[in-house]
Design a protein around this ligand. Structure first.
Ligand SMILES: Cc1cc2nc3c(=O)[nH]c(=O)nc-3n(C[C@H](O)[C@H](O)[C@H](O)COP(=O)(O)OP(=O)(O)OC[C@H]3O[C@@H](n4cnc5c(N)ncnc54)[C@H](O)[C@@H]3O)c2cc1C
Length: 396
């Protein structure tokens, strides 16, 4: 078996992996970034909605090449159809761009390559190399050939279905209630507001929501995420999405150009995102926002933190769990409270009836909310319906 050596092997060239590879390479490390697919970012498994602010945080400049549409605001729709429209001044930075996600992912991988990382496509990690109880690399299949890659540290950035961290002995298991299954249609010939992201709440999407994210020119990503344990009609999100589309005159004559299926975790992040010679980032570490299902910015941030910490560890050659602690501290300081708060809010919202959700949307509509984000929405709910948020009011 051919054996390769490097400082860091990163498994998965999604946003998390590419950012980790970029920053480790910028720190002077010899990095190999593995991607099992033949093309970065394809097939698409995303609604492509992101806010704006965080791009600055990860030092990525917005590029028209990967921005499909810029949003002016958001519309929240209650179960019985009350609409709460937030214009740009209120939509703030929570609603920002609808991406060309495959091009965004490619741009990040390109940056990793420019920083010096080697990018190997059609190379799937297949197992952990463990010697004397120590993780020392990964086995992989590179275009049909079984290979071994020995490294000082492994980054598990292999997404929602992550196996790498598990192979290395970490528990990344999910409770069924912390998993939303999703389906999305890329639709054309529809008539939705071109610059507003729409979120539909209630029993139309049990335990989740329906989204309409415009892509310009009469096109949009129309999708749904549902919590399987809440679905009376089984965990089949397609049934709910088709029903919603059939009843909506703006959509029901549209053409479906692409179908996307996938799943998101809706839990607060894994207990340990590091072990000796191992760092876990992004969806693999369950860093998706449990309410919105958005995980691109969290994966990018975590990847950047991981890459920077790996570069520091290289100075002493120590990649033990203790030496990697700054990574745990960085991602937890920046994201963990929000993940916990939104997980608790998700748990609560999944129990609310359509009537209560209607009242909440009306309460938000009447408020003078300054900028839409989950935190501010929860603050309004806390003022009007404190009983709904009492279990986590200290976090609001
Ligand atoms: C239907 C849907 C809609 C979504 N909509 C949004 C949204 O609008 N906004 C948002 O912010 N987030 C959204 N998300 C979540 C978002 O897509 C993820 O949070 C984000 O992609 C996480 O990035 P990542 O780098 O951790 O993982 P991924 O992007 O999943 O990247 C992991 C990579 O690892 C590769 N890989 C896996 N196994 C191996 C292996 N063994 N060897 C080599 N490579 C491997 C995969 O091919 C993949 O390229 C959505 C998710 C779904 C499912």
């Amino acid at each position: 078996m051919q054996t390769y050596e490097c400082d860091i092997v990163v498994v998965g060239a999604g946003p998390g992996g590419s950012m980790a590879a970029k920053y480790a390479a910028l720190g002077g490390l010899d990095v190999i970034l593995l991607e099992k697919r033949a093309e970065v970012g394809s097939p698409l498994r995303c609604a492509e909605g992101v806010s704006k602010k965080w791009l600055e945080e990860i030092d990525v400049k917005p590029d028209p090449a990967w921005i499909s549409a810029e949003m002016d605001g958001a519309i929240i729709v209650s179960p019985s159809g009350h609409k709460f429209k937030l214009d740009e001044s209120h939509a703030g930075n929570e609603v920002g761009y609808v991406l060309e996600r495959h091009l965004f992912d490619k741009a990040l991988t390109e940056q990793a390559g420019k920083a010096g990382a080697k990018v190997w496509l059609r190379t799937a990690a297949t197992g952990a190399i463990v010697e004397d109880d120590k993780l020392v690399g990964v086995y992989a299949n590179r275009m049909g050939e079984e290979i071994a890659i020995r490294a000082k540290c492994v980054v598990a950035a292999d997404g929602f279905e992550s196996q790498m961290a598990r192979w290395a002995g970490l528990d990344t298991g999910l409770d069924l209630k912390d998993l939303d299954t999703c389906i999305q249609y890329r639709m054309a010939n529809i008539d939705v507001e071109p610059n507003y992201c729409e979120f539909v709440l209630g029993s139309a999407a049990p335990g989740g929501y329906i989204w309409i994210f415009p892509k310009g020119d009469g096109k949009a990503n129309v999708g749904i995420g549902v919590q399987g344990t809440k679905c009376k009609l089984g965990a089949d999100p397609k049934h709910y999405l088709d029903k919603f589309i059939a009843a909506d005159p703006r959509l029901n004559k549209g053409t479906v150009l692409e179908i996307v299926a996938g799943a998101v975790s809706t839990c607060p992040g894994i207990e340990d995102a590091t072990a000796d010679n191992l760092v876990v980032v992004g969806d693999a570490a369950r860093m998706i926002d449990p309410i919105t299902g958005g995980g691109i910015c969290h994966a990018c941030r975590a990847g950047m933190y991981a890459g920077k910490v790996l570069a520091e560890c290289a100075k002493t050659g120590d990649f033990s769990k203790g030496a990697l602690k700054p990574y745990e501290d960085m991602w937890r300081d920046r994201m963990e409270d929000k993940l916990w708060r939104n997980w608790m809010a998700k748990e609560k919202f999944a129990t609310l009836s359509d009537d209560v959700l209607d009242s909440l949307v009306l309460a938000i509509k009447d408020s003078d909310i300054e900028e839409v984000n989950v935190y501010n929405l929860l603050k309004v709910i806390k003022e009007k319906y404190p009983e709904i948020v009492e279990e986590f009011e200290g976090m609001i």
